[in-house]
Each structure stands twice: as C-alpha cells, then as structure tokens.
Ligand binder design. Structure first.
Ligand SMILES: NC(=O)c1ccc[n+]([C@@H]2O[C@H](COP(=O)([O-])OP(=O)(O)OC[C@H]3O[C@@H](n4cnc5c(N)ncnc54)[C@H](OP(=O)(O)O)[C@@H]3O)[C@@H](O)[C@H]2O)c1
Length: 238
C-alpha cells in the first residue's frame, strides 16, 4: 500500500498555492524529504525541504532534476498555467503553445524522465493535477491541455502499473490560489484539496474528484453534448 511515510517527494510548481500545501502536508504525513521545485525556488525553513530549480518546459532542466533527485518515490506534477481568455479562437499562437508546454508536455516529459526512477522505487506514486475543466471545455486552451493530460495520465497509469507505481489523477474546480484570483464563485481550500489528494495516495486510489463541479463534469461526459453545454443554440431551441 502506498504511504507518504518515508517517501521522497518532488513537487513541481512548489511556490504556488497547491504546491506549497503539497510540500508541507507530505512532510506532515512522514515524508523524509521533499524537493520543492520551481523556476525560481524560494528558501524554505526546514532541512527536509530541498529547493530545486525546475522549469517543466525545459528539457535540460528536466534532465538535471532527474540527476539531482534520483531518489524520488513520489512525483507530483502540479505546475500549471492559466490563460488570459477562455475563448480558444481568441488565443495567440504563443499563448496556445505556452499553455501546451506547461500544462501538457511538461508533466508528460517529466513523468517520462522519472519513470525509470519510479519503476525502481517501492511504493512509488505519480500525481497529476488536472482540473474539472479537463471534462468541461469552457477554459479555452487550458481545458484542452488538461483534457490531454488526463488522457496521458490514463496511459501512464497503464504503463506504470506493472511496476507497482500508483498514478493518481486529480480533478477540481476553482481552488483558492493565485491562479483563481479573478474567478468568482466557491473555491476549494488548497489545504483541503491536498488533504484529499494525499488521502487518495495512501488509500491506493486512482482518481480524486475534489468537488461537486468535478463529479458533475465527469458524470456529464456520458450524457448528450447539449446536457453538458445547454448554451448551444440547437439545445436552446429544442
Ligand atoms: N487554482 C485553481 O482554481 C485550479 C483548479 C484546477 C486545477 N488547478 C491546477 O493546479 C495546479 C497548481 O495551480 P495553483 O492553483 O496552485 O496555482 P498557482 O498558485 O498559480 O501555482 C502554479 C505554479 O506553477 C508554476 N509554474 C508555471 N509555469 C511553470 C514552469 N514552466 N515550470 C515550473 N513551474 C511552473 C508557477 O511558478 P511561478 O511561481 O514560477 O510562476 C506556480 O508556482 C496547476 O496545474 C493548475 O492548473 C488549479
């Protein structure tokens, strides 16, 4: 059974709202070391926290991280970026490419780079932070990247399972962090989200649906398109 007790955890985007909770709560559950990775790591007031430079869009940076953190047993693909506008037809080429790099290719390439390390570890875990928007396409390219990551996570789960690596996919609506600063409506407390994520890790569960939005978005996938998107003109006419 996976456990955080004695785990060596690497968190991407560790300076962010959810990342910081992943760092602290992993240690609270007994992790022996946490690599708190970021493009510009900050100082941490705990000798068990090892700041690590990691830009998830940079292949050299990913390679260097595998060398610096070859003892990782839990990889948390948490780093992510939002987009300015939710309209996919309004994004610039640069916005689309940047979002794909951070939210999809970054975590995929990181998982691939760390796969040999995770396969050799005992009680190894890969955590991929998706979104409720993986299943609800109102976030423009952000939704598309999170849907792509969800799919890749399913593939990674199948390929890592024979080596005993647990792959946990996380879906959640708004979380009260800098990323959702401008969003209205209820937001999940990042501490509660990370508590649920680590419960799933220690409960050997594949997926976290952290709020009602995620539960509804997943359930609606099997319904006719117009149920998920009642704003469609044809749906409104019927
Ligand atoms: N907040 C929400 O409502 C919400 C909802 C669903 C899912 N999520 C997902 O949760 C994850 C964490 O987001 P958050 O809410 O904690 O937002 P956040 O506070 O804005 O943190 C995001 C972190 O990702 C880092 N990052 C961005 N680009 C990076 C790169 N190229 N390499 C390494 N790190 C990079 C940022 O680092 P810098 O400090 O260097 O910019 C930042 O620390 C993301 O994957 C996000 O999509 C968030």
């Amino acid at each position: 059974m996976p456990t955080l007790d004695g785990a060596v955890v690497l968190v991407t985007g560790a300076n962010g709202g959810i990342g910081t909770q992943l760092v602290h709560q992993s240690l609270a559950r007994g992790a022996s070391k946490v690599y708190a990775s970021a493009r510009q790591p900050r100082a941490w007031d705990d000798p068990r926290i090892v700041p690590l430079i990691l830009d998830v869009t940079d292949a050299d940076s990913i390679r260097a991280a595998t060398r610096a953190a070859a003892d990782v047993t839990v990889l948390a693909n948490n780093a992510g970026a939002s987009v300015h506008s939710p309209a996919i037809l309004e994004h610039t080429d640069a916005e689309i490419r940047a979002n794909v790099e951070v939210n999809f290719l970054g975590p995929l390439f990181l998982a691939r780079a760390f796969a040999p390390i995770l396969r050799q570890a005992s009680n190894a875990v890969l955590i991929d932070i998706h979104s409720a928007l993986s299943w609800y396409a109102v976030g423009g390219i952000y939704s598309a990247t999170k849907a792509a990551l969800w799919s890749a996570t399913n593939s990674l789960r199948l390929e890592l399972d024979p080596a005993g690596v647990l792959v946990v996919g996380v879906h959640v609506g708004y979380v009260d962090t800098a990323m959702a600063r401008h969003a209205a409506g209820p937001k999940v407390d990042p501490a509660d989200l990370v508590g649920a994520v680590l419960d799933a890790v220690e409960g050997d569960e594949y997926e976290v649906l952290a709020d009602e939005k995620s539960v509804t978005a997943k359930a609606t996938l099997s319904a006719p398109i117009a149920v998920a998107y009642p704003q469609l003109a044809r749906a409104a006419r019927s």
